[in-house]
Ligand binder design. Structure first.
Ligand code: PEP
Ligand code: MG
Length: 573
């Protein structure tokens, strides 16, 4: 065997890992749509029969695996029944015959229709059937498209562990939520500020994205190194240097395990300090030993609770319990619950039934007030049950762009509290995410009506530059645009309430000085970024960061800004 193939990508979540590759390739994006002639119909139907037979044989083989747990066995048994389901198979046949479409397209459409129907039906059983349908549907499509390795192998994915490196073209947030603790992740596509990256960071999973040529080289079982410190992915026969990089990283982790941060962190000279808060998105993260040293939770992304557990959305007791658990664990520190921020970028399973479902954040909530009412009641009750001060359960509205939205949300909060005993709803601080240029430019007006602000730089960078968040963007576009810092500067000048920043900018060492120089004194980052942020802050001086901010605000281009920040290459995190 020769040397390892080295590919370069962009780091989306820090860390270094070595493991065995497992390739996951979604067939979803690759479904051909083609009109067929009546003469082709018999052939297309025969292809469907062959795909059904191949799928049946594959699942039968899986069932013969003696190491299969009972849970997985019953999943596969239920999936076998789908191959005989007339609502799927007969309808697909009918579509091929009458609509003149190729069989892959007919099948993919039928899967979608059935899945939405199941997801909107009441009861757990239907929702479980929807995920079985999705799995078996992918298997059928893979067989039709003759991509034997290309099916979405969710049940197999659940068996992976820290010895595995997952390779894929891209990963949806919901698939990411179901991944076990694997060693690392490499994607051919994916964005640095996308939700996949956010989840990888919050789970401490090293991830490199935008690795060109990855799927052409990666094969199941190959050894690979993911070095998310430098954006390197090495596949094949790893060198001594690769193994050394891994060993160095493991040593750093061992050293960090004995460290604590103490927020606020003082700058090098004088009394100025920066508060470090943490971003969380899952109950599983509550025990992270780094959290107690932070000033609080600056962003709890509640939508990920709902994405992970489909039952939660409709259940007041289950939601109340989730918030009670967060606050019972962390409630002596302030916790900022960002209200459900779903949309096309983070599609909830129940999305099909929502009004204005292509809207995001507060727009989606106000179009579906019942969702927000239940979430508010759960947050109010969870706070009471946990016995913490309402001041420590802060409520934050996502994607605000107009004052009217704040008024409408506050009115719903007041309404949600009706009939609840012992609730002081107006003691909960209500804040706004600053992630649209409109909100930043209206900060003076909004200040009169809210208690705090938090800059969502991930969305702000996109809305400022007209980008699409879930697609690849260069670091130049995302992080080094002078316009972004002018906008933040403007917002900070207008705001009359505390402003923090909770987007990915806060975790980038080369930008922390600039953010502090602009006047930010609260940064909220994933627990994995706390130490490196604290280390950078301790080396800053007020004079130096103020001068840096002044120069940065005068920059004309990303290149100029990078040279002011002394960023030589457009390097990964
Ligand atoms: C942001 O937009 O910067 C943010 C913190 O929220 P999210 O990444 O969840 O949209
Ligand atoms: Mg956002």
């Amino acid at each position: 065997m020769g040397q390892a193939t080295e590919l370069r990508g962009v780091a989306a979540a820090p860390g270094v890992a070595i493991g065995q590759i497992v390739v996951l390739d979604s067939v979803r994006g690759a479904i051909p749509r083609r009109a067929i002639s009546p003469a082709e119909v018999p052939d297309e139907l025969e292809r469907l029969d062959r795909a059904i037979e191949a799928s049946r044989e594959q699942v039968q083989r899986l069932l013969q695996d003696s190491g299969l747990s009972d849970d997985l066995r019953s999943i596969f048994e239920a999936q076998m029944l789908i191959l005989e389901d007339p609502m799927l198979i007969d309808e697909t046949r009918e579509k091929v015959r009458t609509r003149s479409v190729n069989v892959e397209q007919a099948l993919a459409d039928e899967i979608e229709i059935l899945k939405n129907f199941l997801l909107q039906s009441p009861g757990t059983i239907f929702r479980e059937r929807a995920s079985d349908l999705e799995d078996m549907g992918n298997r059928l499509l893979s067989n039709l498209l003759e991509v034997p390795e290309g099916d979405i192998r969710i049940p197999e994915l659940l068996k992976l562990d820290s010895r595995h490196i997952l390779v894929a073209s891209d990963l949806s947030p919901s698939l990411m939520l179901h991944l076990p603790a694997i060693g690392g992740l490499a994607l051919e596509e994916g964005g640095v500020t996308g939700h996949m990256a956010i989840l990888a960071r919050s789970r401490g999973l090293p991830a490199v994205v935008q690795v060109e040529g990855l799927l052409a080289v990666a094969r199941d079982g190959m050894e690979a190194l993911i070095d998310a410190e430098s954006g390197l992915v090495a596949l094949g026969q790893l060198s001594r240097a690769h193994r050394k990089a891994h060993a160095r990283y493991l040593q750093e982790c061992a050293d960090d395990a004995n460290r604590r941060i103490h927020s606020p962190v003082k700058l090098a000279r004088g009394d100025n300090a920066v508060e470090l808060w943490v971003n969380l998105s899952d109950l599983a993260e509550l025990d992270d030993p780094r959290i107690p040293g932070a000033s609080g939770v600056g962003l709890f992304r509640t939508e990920f609770l709902y994405l992970k557990d489909q039952q939660l959305l409709a259940s007041l007791p289950a939601q109340t319990d989730a918030y009670d658990r967060v606050l019972s664990r962390l409630g002596s520190q302030p916790v900022t619950f960002r209200l459900l921020d779903a949309g096309d970028d983070k599609p909830l399973p129940a999305m099909g039934g929502l009004k204005e479902r292509h809207q995001r954040g507060v727009r989606l909530l106000l179009a579906n007030p019942e969702l927000l009412r239940v979430q508010f009641r759960a947050l109010l009750l969870g706070t009471r049950n946990a016995g913490v001060a309402p001041e420590n359960a802060r409520l934050m509205i996502p994607m605000v762009s107009r004052l009217e939205e704040v008024h409408a949300v506050r009115a719903l909060l007041c309404e949600a509290a009706e009939g609840l005993d012992g609730i002081e709803w107006d003691r909960h601080p209500l804040g706004v995410m600053l992630e649209t240029p409109a909100a930043l430019l209206m900060c003076d007006v909004l200040s009169v009506h809210v208690d705090f602000f938090s800059i969502g730089s991930n969305d702000l960078a996109q809305s400022c530059m007209g980008l699409n968040r879930e697609f690849e963007s260069s670091a130049d576009e995302l992080f080094y645009q002078p316009a972004l810092y002018r906008l933040i500067h403007q917002g900070l000048k207008l705001a009359r309430r505390p402003v923090s920043l909770c987007g990915n900018l806060a975790g980038r060492p080369e930008l922390i000085g600039l953010l502090v120089g602009l006047g930010l004194t609260q940064l909220s980052v994933p627990p994995t970024d706390l130490f490196r942020c604290a280390d950078v802050i301790k080396r800053l001086s007020v004079k130096q960061v103020q001068a840096l901010a002044e120069r940065a605000l005068g920059a004309s281009t990303a290149e100029e800004l990078r040279s002011i920040l002394k960023v030589r290459d457009v390097a990964p995190v």
